[in-house]
Design a protein around this ligand. Structure first.
Ligand SMILES: Cc1cc2nc3c(=O)[nH]c(=O)nc-3n(C[C@H](O)[C@H](O)[C@H](O)COP(=O)(O)O)c2cc1C
Length: 207
């Protein structure tokens, strides 16, 4: 499971079988010692490699809104020619928080509040350097039409930015948004942002 050839085989088989996408889960800690087999490679690096050995299949990475940066998926969307999906999760436990310099993982409702803000900030940053601003005219010496740049001037409760991202907007505009919230705030968030909803149900009644 730490061998890229194994993933390559899976991705190419799924593509040959006409699947729409492959998706990699991500946890930000190792459940040790009981479930060390839940170790996993970083999905963005993994999918960057797989984007070079596939042509069509969608490539979905899980990235936590609680512990992340906006730039990474934008780059993957460029590398893969617009095949990126984002499984938007909020992470789950204190051991993940401790890997990122915090003592406690934020409580459930707060996490979803943060997640909505994170999506707002990230999309503002992705929009800040639109594709159509790229002129790249050597003769005139114009690289970018600066009148089309939009500084992401965002100040929220949890995140703020006053930035232009240094990566032009993703080829798809945004990656495909996937959400798997099943609590009340989770379902609200999923209904707002999700283009694909993941759901795992253990009984027909609950489903
Ligand atoms: C198919 C599926 C995949 C998921 N993948 C991840 C994951 O990779 N990482 C993660 O932290 N949570 C993952 N989750 C958990 C969800 O993000 C969410 O926390 C969970 O469904 C509980 O919903 P709630 O947060 O609204 O309580 C996944 C859930 C489902 C159903």
């Amino acid at each position: 499971m730490f061998d890229i050839d194994w993933y390559k085989r899976i991705a190419q088989t799924a593509e040959k079988g006409k699947f729409d996408m492959i998706f990699f889960a991500d946890l930000l800690h190792l459940i040790y010692p009981s479930r060390a087999a839940a170790g996993m490679l970083d999905p963005v690096s993994l999918l960057s490699a797989l984007s070079m050995v596939t042509d069509k299949i969608g490539l979905t990475a899980t990235l936590s809104t609680t512990y992340n940066e906006p730039r990474r998926l934008s780059t993957l969307d460029h590398i893969s020619g617009g095949r990126t999906g984002w499984n938007i999760v909020t992470s789950q436990v204190d051991t993940e928080a401790r890997n990122f310099g915090r003592d406690k993982h934020p409580e459930h409702g707060t996490r979803y509040e943060m997640a909505q803000e994170f999506v707002d900030v990230v999309t503002a940053l992705w929009d800040s350097w639109p594709q159509n601003s790229l002129v790249m005219n050597r003769a005139s010496g114009t690289f970018v039409d600066e009148s089309k740049l939009r500084v992401a001037d965002y100040k929220g409760k949890w995140y703020s930015t006053q930035g232009l991202l240094n990566v032009p907007s993703p080829p798809q505009g945004y990656p495909v948004f996937i959400q798997a919230g099943s609590s009340d705030p989770g379902q609200d968030f999923a209904a707002k942002v999700g283009e694909v909803i993941f759901t795992a149900q253990t009984s027909l009644a609950a489903a």
